[in-house]
Design a protein around this ligand. Structure first.
Ligand code: F2R
Ligand code: MG
Ligand code: MG
Ligand code: MG
Length: 347
């Protein structure tokens, strides 16, 4: 059903935007207290209500880089890594105050400095040659899934290459792969059938097992940190409803700028929000997922955005309250990008 698929494309990019915008003022907060959760609840209620006048909520680096990612794929019709690098850099210098990571900025400076003659070294040199394990490659990955949603091998290849521009640490790259694959699984599921969270996680474990397997050719078994987190996630899903569950989620899955401690968290938020959550009053599972993600605090814009991209890809635009969307900067542009990615992917 092409009209459902189109709605899911829109849902994913708009979900990413909404999570970023609404999460941005909570970035770096501790896990929200009961009082703060009530403020978050009221804020969502107001934004969803009709005729609520408020200044438009600005997006941050997450959406700025998602925008560049989408636009580059649309305009070049492929992954053109130099074009993508130029867009990231141009967008950063046009609006440097979007809340970028303090260290990723060094990559942009070096890329501009070498006039894009050496695209890969700046990211490799980060953190004394270790590369970044931040969630910056994962937070902008949704457009890649939409661009090649039918071709898993191509998806992995493009995600790896696009990540390498800023993130070369295996944990940073594999986090982007996990997020991309989670969006893909959501996109391909029927939102009118009940989602089986355990199957969803098992499919991810199966895929991450392949991806995290020894790839240095030495035949030694590598650590498989994402596979471990996904297994833990399964037990958290099964014990839902227990006391102090959220503290445990943050303790185990994390809420930080590290890809390892934020991408699995976003997947969990989407899955957990299929069912009611104490302290979140809404019938809408899309809103519940984003509100829950933000309530965990920490890297709230990014975890909110990644949760929104996965949830939106599952539910589609129909589940997104149009009033809420109106309060987010550039929502019409993001819908437009989704439509162009849809045209490119289904041509
Ligand atoms: N940076 C932020 N938020 C804090 C600043 C907000 C701003 N001041 C404001 O209020 O306006 N948010 C954005 O950054 C995150 C994505 O980060 P990205 O792109 O991965 O950047 P980076 O610098 O590569 O990594 C992030 C931090 O992770 C630590 N780190 C990463 N790799 C490391 C390594 N190999 N060794 C040691 N530390 C490593 C560093 O602390 C990095 O700074 C998103 O949250 C986005 O919203
Ligand atoms: Mg941000
Ligand atoms: Mg990327
Ligand atoms: Mg963030």
């Amino acid at each position: 059903d092409l009209s459902l698929l189109k709605s899911k494309f829109r849902g994913s990019l708009l979900g990413a935007l909404i999570g970023d915008c609404l999460g941005s003022s909570y970035e770096n907060e501790e896990i929200l207290t009961t009082g703060m959760k009530l403020i978050l609840q009221r804020s969502f209620d107001k934004l969803e209500g009709p005729m609520f006048k408020a200044p438009v909520i600005q997006f941050t680096d997450d959406s700025a880089m998602t925008y560049s990612m989408a636009k580059s794929l649309i305009d070049t019709g492929e992954l053109d890594i130099i074009d993508l690098a130029k867009r990231f850099v141009k967008s950063y210098y046009q609006e440097p105050n979007r809340g970028y990571g303090p260290l990723v900025v060094t990559v942009f400076q070096k890329l501009r400095g070498n006039k894009f003659m050496d695209i890969l070294s700046p990211a490799k040199e980060q953190f004394n040659g270790q590369g970044s394990w931040g969630n910056g490659a994962a937070m902008r990955v949704a457009p890649i899934t939409l661009f090649c949603y039918q071709n898993y091998d191509k998806l992995l290849d493009i995600v790896r290459k696009a990540s390498q521009l800023t993130h070369t640490h295996k944990v940073g790259v594999d986090g982007a792969i996990l997020q991309a694959v989670a969006v893909q699984q959501s996109l391909l599921l029927n939102p009118n059938e009940e989602l089986n969270a355990i199957n969803f996680i098992d499919d991810l474990i199966h895929k991450m097992n392949q991806i995290e397997i020894d790839d240095d050719g030495l035949g030694l078994s590598e650590p498989q940190p994402y596979k471990v987190q996904l297994s833990v996630m399964k037990s958290l899903i099964l014990e839902e409803g227990e006391e102090s569950h959220e503290e445990k989620v943050v303790q185990i899955l994390g809420n930080s700028v590290s890809a390892l401690y934020s991408v699995p968290t976003a997947i969990f938020c989407f899955l957990r929000a299929q069912k009611p959550i104490t302290g979140i009053q809404t019938e809408n599972p899309f809103r519940r997922a984003i509100q829950y993600a933000i309530s965990l605090g920490g890297d709230a814009d990014t975890i909110g955005s990644m949760t929104g991209a996965i949830a939106g890809a599952f539910y589609g635009e129909e589940k997104i309250n149009p009033n809420l969307l109106q309060h987010c900067e550039a929502s019409d542009e993001f819908r437009n990008l989704a439509d162009q990615l849809f045209n490119a992917a289904t041509a």
